[in-house]
Every structure is written in C-alpha cells, then in structure tokens.
Ligand binder design. Structure first.
Ligand code: FCB
Length: 460
C-alpha cells in the first residue's frame, strides 16, 4: 500500500467512547431525570430501569472497549448516588466508582470522568437547582469531595457536559426537566453552570495541580437557507451565537455574546480556567427567516432537504449527517480561542439502529478530523458516542447510538459492523485504504483525494 493511502493520527492519540451515568448505570432513582420519567415525560413511554447495567457490570463493557483496541473511556459520576441527601456522603458509591476506574486502568484505558452529565440529586432540584446562583456552592462541595477521594485513580476531569444543552433543553425548549420555557432563566442557568465550571476548575486545581480539567459544549452549526439573504443570515447567526458560541466566549473572556450578554453579568475569574476544549459535535441546522418566530430570533430551523440523516427521535430530529461540519467547528473553536489549548472530541456519534449509515459516517468524520489535525489544529483524542446502546433521555430506547447493539430486556450485546471498523482504526491509529475498502469503498476517492473532495458534501 502506498504511503499516501494512509491517514495517520498523532502518537498517543486517545481513542475511546463516551457515556453518561444515568444512561448506562441503571437503578438511579434519586435524581430529577427519574422524577421526569415518573411524571410520564419520556416520549417512547420507556423506563430507564436497568439501563445498560453498568452499576453491576460495567466491567463487561469495559472489556469490550479494550477488545475494540480503545485506549481511553469517558464516563460520568452520578452525584445523587454520591451525595444522596444534602451533606451526606455514600462511601460505597465512591468505592464502586473507584473499582470501575481501577478496572479501566488495568485494561490500559485512560479514564475521562465527567462530574455532571445532566442529572442533579432531587434535594438539589428542590433547592431550585442551577437556576439559583447560590446553589453553585453545593456542586463545588461535591466536586471537592469526589476529586479528593478519586484523584489517585483519575486525573482527566470534565466538570460539565454541555451546559448549553442542559440550559436550552430544560429552560427554553421545555423538553428536558424542569420543562420551562423562559429565555431569561435559560441565560441565567447557562451563566450559573459556566461560573460553576470556573469554580470547580480552581477547586480541582488546588487538590490536584497536575489534573487536566475542562468542560464540553455541544457545538452546533446554524447555516442560512439562502446565503444571499441578509435576513436568513442574521437569523442563523443569532441562533448559532446564542446556542453555540455564547458559552465558549464567556468561558474565555467572562462575557457572553448578544443577546445573553445583555442580561447577564460577566463571569468571575473565567479566563484561563480550562486545560483543554471539549467538543461535542453532532449536526447542523438550516435556518430561514420567519417573522412569526420572535422567540427563536425570527428563524425557522429545519434539516437540509435531501441530506443523509440520522434516525429521527420522537420530539426532535437528530438531523443531518454532516462530516465537514466537524472541521468547521474545530477550526472555529481553535480560532476563537486563539489556539490556546488542545482540543478533544468528547462526543460525536449517530443514531442509526440498522448501522447502515454509521460506518461511512464515522469514517468520513474521522477523515475530516485527521485533516484538521494535519492543518495544525491540536486535537488530542476522539470519543465516540457511544459504546453500547443506552437510554437516550426523553427518547428512551427509541434511538440507538451504540457501536454495540443492546437489548435492554435480555442485556444481550451484539457488536455492529461499526464496532469492528472503529476497532481497526484505533488499532492502526490510522485510516488505511484497506479499512475504507472493507467498510465504505464509495468513500475511497473522497477520503484519499483532495481537500476539496473532503470539504464538499460527503455522500455517506
Ligand atoms: C449529547 C448528550 C449525550 C447524548 C448524545 C446523543 O447531547 O451529551 O448524553 O444524549 O447527545
């Protein structure tokens, strides 16, 4: 095979999958998502139940990750297990997490631990959760407790998963708990989460100076339906700023972009409070001007007609599969942060129950990622969402993101084709022509062709 037909990743690149406690562990009945489920908000009518049974048997799946040649794994800790009652700590929960982290290390999988992935203990919810700035201190106390207890077995921390999704889905769209639709509160929640990140960063830094600490945002592009229309362009750009860039800018400078910046005071001590940028990328949306939608910055959002799509969810679509968007996002994060820190793809994945688009989609995204690295953007790892099918929030079991299929009733695992492909890429630390030929030969010319071919819409 000739040299130019291999796309190599840098030595030491982290390859793994990402997951979250509530979606995998099972048996979490003490947080606001469980209550939300009990209130009947899960659109599929499913219950999380045993989930992927990680509280009992996560190690079985860790072994599958190791067999897939991964060298890292991202999971989250469930605050409501560790602090089930305000100020009371459950040491057995921490011991269980310690056992999981030790097992990952035994398998040479570098653990990456998220401290908050959407779920709050019920006692915290009852105090008003992150809508009240004074509650941030409870989160910091939890972080100090956990990091002090686990710092010898983990040094890569993600404080928050997607503050923007938590705020917008829960307080503006009303589809995540607490189901509110209030723009000002959405902005306040976003600010409180970002401030909590800053304080958590310094709390962890004090306990463990060598730790790597950051947060991840959900980075979504909003493109104008007609790029020549000023109205479409401004509606798209306000939406993108609000959802995607405001939090990043606040994380960098303390100041939120318009319109959030109009109602929020700047963050305190934000500048410098992260060691890397965590990028979750899934899709883009198309926006056209619509005077009937003042609450959405006069923009109507839709999936690009004719695009290759993820399987739809029940309330929302998971949208277009748009590999080049990953390059655009990475470049934009890099430029907006003036290249000050390394980047990690902390999530990227596809809802595709039949796995008939995922192999090509994943290959295309990884080829785009490799191009970004070649172009000088310092991306140090890739975490695919997700290892085994898990409970997808308000869609329940309806959509399937796993490289490995899971039957939640029998707990039977069946690896999808994508799992073997991902394993081959991780093992090679490269995309080889043989892999492309085996899994998506139609992409051969595009992946090993010119930049131009990659940047055009990749037919997955
Ligand atoms: C992300 C979430 C993750 C999962 C994927 C599909 O926004 O962080 O928990 O729901 O989407």
């Amino acid at each position: 095979m000739s040299q130019q037909h291999v796309l190599r990743f840098p030595p030491g690149f982290l390859w793994g999958t990402a997951s979250a406690a509530y979606q995998c562990e099972g048996g979490n009945t003490n947080n606001q998502w469980y209550r939300w489920e009990q209130e009947g908000h899960i659109l599929s009518g499913d219950t999380c139940g045993q989930a992927a049974d990680w509280w009992e048997h996560a190690e079985h799946d860790f072994l599958l990750a190791e067999q897939m040649e991964n060298n890292a794994l991202r999971l989250s800790l469930e605050w409501s297990r560790i602090e089930p009652v305000e100020g009371q700590w459950d040491s057995t929960a921490l011991e269980r997490y310690r056992a999981m982290l030790l097992d990952l290390r035994r398998l040479h999988l570098t653990p990456v631990v998220t401290l908050h992935h959407f779920t709050d203990p019920l006692w915290f919810t009852e105090r008003g959760g992150f809508a009240h700035g004074e509650n941030v201190r409870f989160f910091i106390r939890y972080v100090q407790h956990v990091v002090a207890a686990l710092q010898d077995v983990n040094s890569f921390w993600i404080t928050f998963n997607e503050p923007n999704v938590y705020a917008f889905q829960g307080y503006l769209m009303g589809v995540f708990p607490p189901g509110e639709k209030d723009l000002v509160r959405t902005f306040q929640v976003l600010r409180n989460l970002m401030q909590a990140h800053v304080e958590a960063f310094y709390a962890i830094r004090t306990i463990r100076p060598q730790a790597q600490i950051g947060y991840c945002l959900h980075y979504r592009l909003f493109d104008p339906a007609n790029s020549l229309s000023l109205l479409d362009r401004s509606a798209a750009s306000i939406q993108e700023n609000m959802f995607t860039w405001s939090a990043l800018q606040a994380g960098e400078t303390g100041r939120f972009t318009f319109p959030a910046g109009r109602v929020l005071s700047p963050l305190v001590h934000a500048a410098g409070a992260r060691d890397y940028h965590g990028v979750n990328y899934y899709t883009r949306e198309i926006v056209s001007f619509d005077p009937r939608r003042p609450a959405e910055a006069f923009g109507r959002r839709f999936v690009r007609p004719g695009s290759v799509r993820n399987d739809d969810g029940l309330s929302d679509s998971f949208g277009e599969i748009y590999p080049w968007g990953l390059y655009r996002i990475l470049k934009s994060v890099y430029q907006r942060t003036r290249g000050n820190k390394p980047l990690y793809i902390t999530e990227n994945g596809f809802s595709d129950r039949l796995d008939d688009r995922r192999p090509a989609a994943l290959l295309a995204h990884l080829a785009v990622l490799q191009r970004a690295i070649q172009d000088g953007i310092p991306v140090r790892g890739y975490f695919h969402w997700t290892l085994v099918d898990n409970f997808e929030w308000n869609d329940g079991w309806y959509v399937r993101f796993g490289l490995i299929e899971l039957d939640p009733v029998t707990q039977k695992r069946t690896p999808r084709r994508s799992a073997s492909m991902f394993g081959e890429i991780c093992q090679a630390n490269a995309i080889t022509e043989a892999i492309v030929e085996r899994y998506a030969p139609e992409l051969n010319n595009i992946i090993f062709g010119t930049t131009d071919a990659l940047s055009r819409q990749i037919p997955v």
